[in-house]
Design a protein around this ligand. Structure first.
Ligand code: MTE
Ligand code: MO
Length: 528
């Protein structure tokens, strides 16, 4: 077959010993290098998307520094001065390249190279997780990177040409050429991923730095402090104010949009008398207010925790819309985020006097990036999907019969007023309670209408009034407690709220789709 002329390379030239194909050392070494490049490239890309600090290359460097004897470190700093980091990374690159070649060579007969690559991946994973700022997600970049590296290695090695006697080598050997094209392709993917990861990571770092410099406007009216008693002292009961760190997060963003306060602009246009475009500095010239508002997600199941309460500093949307001059026949404001999410909010909800805000502060701090830095909307009484656009950059004044927002196009209701809801926090699910006096507790919310009463029912007994914490405002949730002399046995506890308009929360069960779940939260537990 080798004697048959085959200029187009259609017939694959069989390996010298097809039963035991052994790629040449140079080709194998190349495979190892490209596979290692893929590990770093993919890891860098994922790290850029998740958290720049999760970069395995940087973490490994830091770990090396931490474990370098002091004398060596001082020597390095003396020798290389500010270039010490560059020298460190260059030395790491050399060590990695050598190891990569070894990986490639080992992979020739059996997947020993892959095994070694996985072992390196796990070692680096341990190093990454050992960093002081590490969270478990820091493991993801290196693990996915190592997986990509193994796939690359196996793919390339299987296609690597075996060595030929020198006289047989010709520059245009098709299998050799194909292999080189694959190697080059993989190298481009690896380098491209690394560059993209770096770029995204740098942008995120720029936003973090910008956030740290961000000076909150001083509100002309600060939110009143919660009255004493808003937080009944019951262990396990949700706090009245939700800390930013534990505030629920819901969005469609695979990666958080990176918007600095300098780059940020808000355009108000559409059915208005004057189009407006605001920079952050221009926004700052307007009076800011601070309001306590409980935010809720339409996807929250009965008893769920996609709800949180915060002090928001922001600019009344009614004022901004008045500056633009909303035409009388407009009934919707379509807000758009930097990453293209949209929400459709009734103009009425933004101008009827409720505290609808373009918020820049959350609990006394700039908005955390995952909660919309540098600016978002917060509208009391409406589910987040129709009102709470984070990273907001555009407000188009329009009409419900002309525009559809992100979730409405996907089958959710165009309008999303928050439904009355109540939740049992204590006892925890399947808790065991000792007989005798015990405290049952939870929260209830009906933003805009307020909570007038909460009642609980044990098994199928009578509904009994719970004690309500003082009301902060109709836009915030209310904590409730109920004292009970627990009697032994298995029990089911049920809760229902009555809103400020006297309407009792429905017992009719409904799914979150299309406009919010209903039904009564129940909890079963044992007293013994
Ligand atoms: N840009 C953007 N903003 C968004 C969303 C989104 O997917 N993208 N989700 C909305 C939904 S459904 C809710 S419930 C709230 C949640 O806000 P939080 O993550 O700050 O709690 O944000 C809203 N704003
Ligand atoms: Mo939501």
């Amino acid at each position: 077959m080798q004697d048959v002329p085959d200029p187009a390379g259609i017939a694959q030239r069989p390996r010298a010993s097809a039963a035991d194909p052994t790629p040449g050392a140079v080709a194998a070494g190349l495979c190892g290098l490209v596979a290692a490049g893929m590990v770093l490239g993919i890891a860098e890309l994922i790290a850029g998307l998740i958290d720049p600090d999760a970069s395995p290359f940087v973490s490994t460097g830091a770990t090396v520094v931490d474990h370098t004897p002091k004398a060596v470190r001082e020597f390095a700093i003396e020798q290389f001065g500010t270039a010490d980091k560059a020298v460190l990374f260059a030395s790491m690159a050399v060590v990695m390249a050598v190891l990569a070649v070894v990986v490639g060579l080992l992979e020739r007969r059996r997947p020993y190279g892959s095994a070694l690559l996985i072992a390196f991946g796990l070692i680096v994973c341990v190093a990454v997780l050992g960093r002081p700022t590490a969270t478990p997600v820091f493991a993801i970049p290196i693990l996915l990177g190592a997986a990509a590296g193994v796939v690359t290695l196996r793919f390339l090695i299987a296609r690597a040409p075996d060595p030929k006697p020198a006289d047989e080598v010709s520059a245009d050997d098709p299998s050799r050429r194909r292999f080189l094209v694959l190697v080059a392709g993989a190298a481009v993917v690896a380098a491209g991923s690394a560059a993209a990861g770096r770029w995204v990571g740098e942008r995120m770092r720029a936003v973090t730095a910008d956030l740290e410099r961000f000076v909150l406007p001083r509100p002309v009216t600060a939110a009143a402090p919660p009255p004493p008693g808003t937080d009944p002292p019951v262990r396990g009961l949700t706090e009245f104010v939700t800390p930013n760190e534990t505030f629920y997060r819901i969005d469609t963003a695979l990666r958080i949009p990176a918007v600095t306060s300098e780059d940020w602009r808000l355009r108000i246009h559409g059915m208005v008398d004057r189009e407006i475009e605001l920079t952050m500095d221009e926004l700052r010239r307007r009076p800011a207010v601070e309001k306590m508002i409980t935010l809720t997600c339409v996807s929250n199941e009965v008893g769920g925790d996609l709800v949180g309460n915060a002090r928001w500093i922001g600019y009344p949307l009614a004022d901004l819309l008045a500056e633009a001059g909303v035409r009388p026949d407009a009934d919707m404001v379509l807000s758009t985020s930097a990453d293209g999410f949209t929400a459709g909010t009734p103009v009425a909800a933004l101008t009827d006097g409720r505290d609808a805000l373009l918020a820049v502060g959350m609990n006394g701090a700039p908005l955390p990036v995952e909660h919309g830095y540098p600016a978002r909307l917060v509208v009391p009484g409406l589910y987040g999907y129709v009102s709470a656009t984070k990273w907001v950059v555009d407000l188009e004044v329009t009409r419900f019969d002309r525009a559809q927002a992100y979730w409405t196009r996907r089958g959710w209701s165009a309008r999303g007023p928050i439904k009355t809801a109540s939740r049992i926090d204590v006892p925890a699910p399947f808790a065991k309670i000792a007989p005798g006096p015990t405290v049952v507790a939870g929260v209830a919310w009906a933003q805009q209408r307020g909570i007038a009463a909460v009642e609980v029912q044990v098994d199928n007994g009578p509904w009994q009034p719970a004690e309500l914490a003082p009301e902060y405002s109709s836009d915030t949730w209310r904590q409730w407690t109920w004292r009970w002399d627990a009697v032994p046995g298995d029990h089911t506890l049920r809760v229902r709220a009555t809103d400020g308009e006297g309407r009792v929360q429905t017992e009719q069960r409904a799914d979150p789709v299309p406009d919010g779940a209903t039904g009564r939260h129940t909890r079963t537990f044992r007293v013994e």
